[in-house]
Design a protein around this ligand. Structure first.
Ligand SMILES: *Cc1c(COP(=O)(O)O)cnc(C)c1O
Length: 223
């Protein structure tokens, strides 16, 4: 279904700036969609990276889906839920937002002999309603996480301000990429259904795409 449309959008955006589309990992955000729909729409199209933002919903869904799914926890993560992610060896955490959460990931990772691969969420635009550390706090959180054996921070993540014009996101994504560069972090998780082209143009290595993945294809589009 529209995984193909999302892939075409990624490919066109990558081509517009001379990037390799394979350097952008598509994470299908499956929150709110039942396991059978996820299997039909997303797994059948060859996507293996799935994102969920509620641990209970993820647990129910993961039990019904194949073991080779690569799970990404995106968005707010409560510390008391980390134990479930550690026990199931969920590899990716996109929203590391505090030293306390890093310590919980470390403790639960150690208990289950699992290393989390993590991204620090940055509140680039300084929005009061959004979580994430301020750009000037990234250094301190990276320094805190550096000695943790079960938390491997490999990049940064951000969510752009909600706007109908995706260009509003461009300076936010550009700032995140510059911050990642400055800290020698290879991964940049940025871009969602409404602004993925801008994110890819600004160097996203992972896009988190929910609604566009599940939207019906446009009339006459049978790919
Ligand atoms: C839901 C969600 C997405 C996907 O959003 P869409 O606009 O549906 O593509 C991406 N990232 C996070 C953290 C989310 O919660």
């Amino acid at each position: 279904m529209s995984v193909a449309a999302v892939r075409r959008r990624i490919a066109a955006a990558a081509a517009s700036v001379g990037r390799d589309p394979d350097a952008v990992r598509l994470i299908a955000v499956t929150k709110g969609h039942a396991a059978d729909v996820v299997a039909d729409v997303v797994l059948a199209a060859g996507v293996r990276d799935l994102g969920e933002n509620r641990v209970q919903e993820w647990r129910d869904k993961a039990a019904a889906l194949p073991d080779d799914v690569v799970w990404h926890h995106v968005g707010t993560l409560q510390r008391n839920k980390v134990k479930y992610l550690a026990a199931a060896r969920v590899p990716w955490i996109h929203s590391l937002t505090s030293a306390r959460l890093a310590d919980t990931l470390e403790a639960q990772g150690a208990k289950h002999d699992h290393v989390f691969t993590a991204l620090v969420e940055v509140n680039v635009a300084g929005e009061a309603a959004k979580q994430g550390v301020a750009p000037e706090e990234v250094d301190a959180l990276l320094a805190h996480a550096a000695p943790l054996a079960h938390v491997d921070v490999v990049g940064l993540m951000t969510m752009a301000p909600y706007a109908s014009d995706p260009e509003v996101a461009r300076p936010v994504f550009r700032t995140l990429a510059a911050l990642a560069d400055a800290h020698d972090l290879p991964e940049r998780s940025m871009g969602m259904s409404g602004d993925l082209e801008v994110a890819v143009q600004e160097g996203a290595t992972m896009v988190r795409v929910g609604s566009a993945t599940f939207a019906p294809d446009a009339e006459g589009d049978h790919s």
